[in-house]
Design a protein around this ligand. Structure first.
Ligand SMILES: [Zn+2]
Length: 351
């Protein structure tokens, strides 16, 4: 009886054992893509229709020739943050599975309706922000169903995750990354090493993310609250696909893979990054025509004017001022502004 109980216990733990040692699998499957060792498979995560239409999310599974960690790379929660989407499209065939120890799950875009219809920030199908609907639900709207599938098929099968973003169509953004502190020291140490290895020279220290895995809201937080050291990275701005932004995202990913011993060679970590403690958004009290007075990456003093909003006759209605001294992480890239819109984001540098 005791042996039977032990066997039952083992069986009960098997799903967790499989999750923890996914790197030992002969094959790895995400959606319709099943890759054997040393192969890349391409397919789709199929989201069935519900109260709104079905969705197909492209996925590539790069199953390395040797065992090692499973790294998930996900872009395009926001389908018009193009540099990050292009970086992952480029990475799929650049990753040579036979030379990799471990596996890479690449999702170059989740929010395909945003991409197709050139709609920033939201999924136009249900009007939701696809990086605010985690861990998702199988019976929700399209964004919630997609988040549920990503949680189950991508996050839960991974050991680490990098969530790729950038300045959206209306954001002139300088590159930066997020290091989220969970308070669990061993995990935070690994994610800190990942964010340094990625190499972006401005790093936001994020401490206020939800701790409940059932209310994780953000993609990276969905991985972090499930015990997987993970980071978020941002490069690209205002609809552009600049080679330096795409290169920074590709190089950063390969450097993290070297740090995790998934690729041979040494990582190229950033030497002396600027650590940012808090973000201050500058929102407008009125709608009108916005004109910036600062560029992305500019350092500003508290109280400095960062832009103006006029009416359509040129009369100044609002002067946007920096609420604290810091670096302009992004500034609004378009003149359109309605009441409550974010005009700039100021990062306060940690001493
Ligand atoms: Zn984004």
């Amino acid at each position: 009886m005791k042996e039977v109980l032990n066997l039952m216990r083992m069986v009960a733990f098997l799903p967790y054992a499989f999750t923890a040692v996914a790197q030992d699998r002969a094959t790895l499957t995400v959606g319709t893509a099943t890759a054997a060792r040393g192969e890349t498979a391409k397919g789709w995560i199929e989201i069935p229709s519900g109260s709104d239409p079905a969705l197909r999310i492209p996925v590539a599974v790069v199953h390395g020739g040797k065992p090692g960690p499973v790294l998930a790379l996900v872009a395009g929660s926001h389908g018009t943050e193009y540099a990050s989407i292009v970086a992952l499209v480029d990475l799929i065939d650049a990753l040579e599975p036979r030379s990799i120890s471990g596996s890479v799950i690449v999702v170059p875009i989740i929010n395909t309706a945003s991409f197709d219809r050139v709609v920033p920030h939201l999924n136009p199908v249900d009007g939701k922000n696809m990086n605010r609907t985690y861990p998702g639900r199988p019976d929700g709207t399209e964004s919630e169903r997609a988040s549920f599938a990503i949680t189950k098929q991508v996050v839960e099968q991974s050991d680490h995750l990098i969530d790729f973003h950038g300045g959206d169509l209306d954001e002139s953004l300088r590159p930066y990354s997020y290091w989220s502190k969970t308070g669990r020291e061993p995990q935070d140490r690994v994610s800190r090493e990942m964010v340094l290895a990625f190499g972006l020279d401005h790093i936001i220290v994020s401490t206020g993310r939800p701790a409940d895995p059932n209310a994780s809201i953000y993609l990276e937080n969905t991985a972090s609250t499930r015990g997987k050291p993970s980071i978020t990275v941002e490069a690209g701005h205002a609809g552009t696909v600049m080679p330096e932004d795409v290169d920074a995202l590709v190089r950063g990913t390969l450097s993290v893979m070297r740090h995790l011993k998934m690729l041979p060679g040494d990582p190229t970590p950033v030497e002396s990054p600027v650590w940012i403690g808090t973000l201050h958004n500058v929102t407008t009290d009125v709608g009108g025509v916005f004109r910036p007075l600062v560029a992305r990456g500019t350092y500003v003093q508290k109280g400095m004017k960062v832009g103006t909003v006029t009416d359509f006759f040129g009369k100044t209605l609002f002067e946007a001022r920096a609420p604290e001294s810091g670096v302009v992480l992004y500034v609004r890239a378009v003149p359109s502004a309605v009441k409550g819109d974010n005009l700039a984001s100021i990062g306060v540098v940690l001493e």
